[in-house]
Design a binder for this molecule. Structure first.
Ligand SMILES: [Zn+2]
Length: 235
């Protein structure tokens, strides 16, 4: 098994090396490795809230949680020029906290630290305390609840980049929430390689060109290390 993992890590590093347009897609799985409970899963923070239940005992406050090895590996890829776009289903702000450039990130379900204008869609830090937008709209929490439409700009950008990419890497998502889960399908249609790193099955496992059932935080840092060797960085 160990050798098989090494081979798959080597393959993904090689594909990243060759890729001109790598796109990442992250879900709750990448953040649960930071000790953060997921929000919308069966026992997630909001699933419980909607049932009138308190967070599970021992749940850390979301703002005390830090980016983990998986988040930091994606930042390294960004800095190596190997991240054209990052699509995330997470609202925990850990990608921005880790150093991802905001223009490379779509947050499909919003961000717990941000408010969004209900008329023009502009987002701002919640901490600014503004209630009314220049356009006359009202600032409301940016986080999208079940059944609400996703933010249009983030959605459009995500589909555009999915259709342009040549390598689509899923990290920590079970790919069941649509329309987000359709993005890897768009990438496949456009001829991209699909890589899925997720602990647990996904509906696209059979279509994936490479599959990791290991935690993102164990896979991606090793991939980055191999990639740096391929790119001529020696430590
Ligand atoms: Zn506005």
């Amino acid at each position: 098994m160990g050798d098989d993992l090494t081979n798959r890590i080597q393959t993904l590093a090689q594909w990243l090396y060759e890729s001109r347009y790598p796109v990442f897609f992250t879900g709750a799985g990448i953040s649960t490795e930071s000790g953060l409970p997921d929000f919308r899963g069966p026992d997630g923070l909001w699933t419980r809230r909607d049932k009138g239940l308190p967070p599970r005992p021992g749940t850390p406050a979301w703002d005390s949680v830090h980016p983990n090895k998986g988040h930091l590996a994606i930042v390294e890829l960004q800095n190596l020029g190997k991240l054209r776009f990052l699509i995330s289903q997470n609202v925990d702000n850990l990608h921005l906290k880790s150093g991802i450039r905001p223009e490379l990130l779509a947050e499909l379900h919003g961000n717990i630290t941000k408010v969004r204008c209900d008329r023009c869609g502009k987002t701002l830090d919640r901490s600014l305390g503004l209630k009314v937008c220049d356009c006359g709209g009202r600032f409301v929490p940016s986080v999208v609840d079940f059944g609400q439409p996703l933010p249009e700009k983030d959605l459009v950008l995500s589909f555009e980049h999915s259709q342009k990419c040549d390598l689509f890497i899923v990290a920590g998502s079970s790919l069941v929430v649509t329309p987000a889960a359709n993005m890897p399908r768009e990438a496949l249609k456009a001829g991209a390689r699909l890589v899925i790193i997720n602990q647990g099955e996904t509906p696209l496992d059979r279509s994936a060109h490479l599959r990791f059932n290991e935690p993102t935080g164990e896979v991606l840092p090793r991939v980055v290390k191999r990639l740096k060797n391929l790119m001529g960085f020696f430590e």
